[in-house]
Design a protein around this ligand. Structure first.
Ligand code: 6CS
Length: 334
């Protein structure tokens, strides 16, 4: 074998796997250091490197290092990255089915039922896994990051309060339907542009979990946080089918075992982080916290129902099976 052929083979193995020799896995985040995704990735790195005795080295790239969410997904598809988070809020034009996680009042509300459905619902994992594969992605994990909270220049106690409200959304197409159903003017934009958009009054508000509102300093340029418990922020961990299929069976088992272990870890971690970050926002002062009553939540629930049809129009029969599975889990949890 010539030196050149040997070098090429080694480079291919390092990038793609294929045996258990030394390799580097590049893992990109849609969030900054200190976030839920960062905590997940740091623990993942620690566990994978320990389990493989350092034969696999994981390098974590926080948001901003390699591009927007859409760009990270492309980099996974073309093999430049081995792992990345891909949030349904940004993935809808690639995988319409995943937009089920953008529908309000669908997932079970209580933590144990939510944990069960996200980590262990076989229909969800099978159907979503196939949808990802069909678009050149391998679904690894489904990760909750906390309740979405509306921030704004006003409190949002009813769909009427949303009338004319310019809310920044992530970039999935269904989010336009979701917020138009409340009478709002949804404005999709990448995460990195939200703070300046709020500061310059290009948008009136945005929606994210508490930890993100704190670490991205959105609360500093917003007067109100409205807690409607309408939606859990869910992200997904992805790799490419070529990378996944190219792993040795032993290394694939290790990857799956670590992923399953992290399901439990991240669920508790995000709950704690969101509580601590809310305390920090309270301590800073200047932001009014508004918690909706059941009657107020019901008005939003009713307004949100027609969006399920828009989801099914985009996601088809597989989408129907996924939505049915989630609604069944929600009904069972009641
Ligand atoms: O709002 C966003 O775009 C982002 N929010 C969070 C909490 N994670 C990733 C996502 O891109």
């Amino acid at each position: 074998m010539s030196v050149r052929v040997l070098l090429c083979s080694v480079l291919l193995l390092v990038a793609c796997g294929g045996d258990d020799s030394r390799r580097q896995w590049r893992f990109a985040l849609e969030e900054i250091q200190g976030s839920v995704q960062d905590a997940y990735a740091q623990r993942f790195k620690q566990r994978i490197e320990a389990e493989t005795q350092g034969r696999v080295e994981v390098t974590v790239y926080p948001y901003g290092a390699l591009g927007t969410s859409a760009q990270l997904t492309e980099q996974v598809q073309n093999g430049a990255l081995q792992l990345a988070f891909a949030s349904p809020g940004h993935l809808g034009s690639v995988i319409p089915e995943v937009q089920v996680f953008l529908l309000h009042f669908v997932l079970p509300e209580e933590a144990p039922a939510l944990r069960e459905v996200l980590s262990a619902n076989t229909t969800l994992r099978k159907e979503l896994g196939q949808a990802y594969r069909a678009r050149g992605l391998q679904l690894l994990g489904i990760i909750p990051e906390g309740w979405m909270v509306w921030t704004g220049d006003r409190a949002l106690r009813s769909p009427e309060d949303f009338r004319g409200f310019k809310i920044r959304t992530m970039t999935s197409p269904l989010l336009l339907e979701v917020y138009r159903a409340y009478g709002a003017s949804p404005t999709p934009m990448p995460y990195a542009e939200v703070y300046s958009g709020l500061q310059l009054n290009m948008i009136d508000g945005q929606v994210n979990p508490v930890f993100a509102i704190q670490e991205m300093s959105f609360y500093e340029v917003q007067d109100y946080m409205t807690f409607a418990k309408h939606l859990q922020f869910v992200s997904t961990l992805v790799t490419s089918p070529a990378f996944y299929d190219g792993l040795s069976p032993a290394l694939r088992d290790t990857l799956e075992a670590v992923r399953r272990e992290l399901d439990g870890y991240i669920f508790d971690y995000q709950a704690r982080l969101n509580r601590e970050r809310l305390d920090a926002i309270r301590a800073a002062g200047g932001t009014e916290l508004v918690h909706l009553t059941e009657a107020q939540r019901d008005a939003f629930r009713r307004s949100s129902l027609p969006v399920r049809k828009a989801y099914l129009d985009a996601a088809g029969e597989r989408g129907q099976r996924i939505l049915d599975a989630l609604l069944a889990a929600e009904a069972a949890a009641d």
